[in-house]
Design a protein around this ligand. Structure first.
Ligand code: KIV
Length: 186
């Protein structure tokens, strides 16, 4: 899984046969020069999503739900996820955290017919006592493990039936996430 925020990177990922293209809310820092992921808006994310969708035809396209667009209620989470698919032209969404309200939100989005990747560990939006098993139970089809110690990752990868995608989480994941375009661009 590789992050892309714009059309040229998306075309490059397409040519390199990347499995999953993530339009991450890290665009907030990487593209907009904010200090954190918090300021990026849904409208800004939708622009990034559409640009990536125009360039990447082969990978599964996953759009991040930005902070402040899914925490209030399941209805809000579903509404935002629907916009990411309909207006952003993504195939699936990712949301951060493993707290009970995030599990409920993930379940509601899955029940609305939208594929969800969970994301736990060092999540830029909040630090939580994450529960990957709960995310699997909620219907997530994969989970990102960020900055999780390698032995914990190994245990989670064995325990879960869904794939783990590691970023700074050691080699024991089902897949790896590369976040910044210059990691893969020549
Ligand atoms: O926004 C992002 O790039 C991410 C990755 C760190 C998984 O969420």
């Amino acid at each position: 899984m590789v992050t892309a925020y714009d059309y040229p990177s998306a075309v490059h990922h397409d040519m390199k046969a990347i499995d999953i293209c993530l339009v991450g809310d890290s665009a907030s820092m990487v593209v907009h020069d904010h200090d954190t992921t918090l300021p990026i808006t849904l409208d800004e994310m939708l622009v990034h999503c559409r640009a990536v969708a125009r360039g990447a035809k082969t990978p599964l396209l996953v759009g991040d739900l930005p902070f402040g667009t899914y925490e209030c209620s399941s209805n809000q989470a579903v509404d935002t996820a629907v916009r990411i698919l309909k207006e952003g032209q993504m195939d699936a969404i990712k949301l951060e955290g493993g707290s009970p309200s995030r599990i409920v939100a993930a379940k509601a989005i899955v029940e609305a017919g939208i594929a969800v990747i969970g994301h736990v560990g060092l999540t830029p939006q909040e630090l939580v006592d994450e529960t990957t098993l709960d995310l699997q139970e909620a219907g997530c089809f994969a989970v990102v493990l960020e900055c999780v110690p390698a032995p914990v990752t190994a245990t989670a990868t064995t325990a879960l039936q869904i794939p783990t995608i590691g970023i700074g989480a050691g080699p024991n994941c089902s897949g790896q996430q590369i976040s910044h375009n210059h990691d893969v661009l020549p």
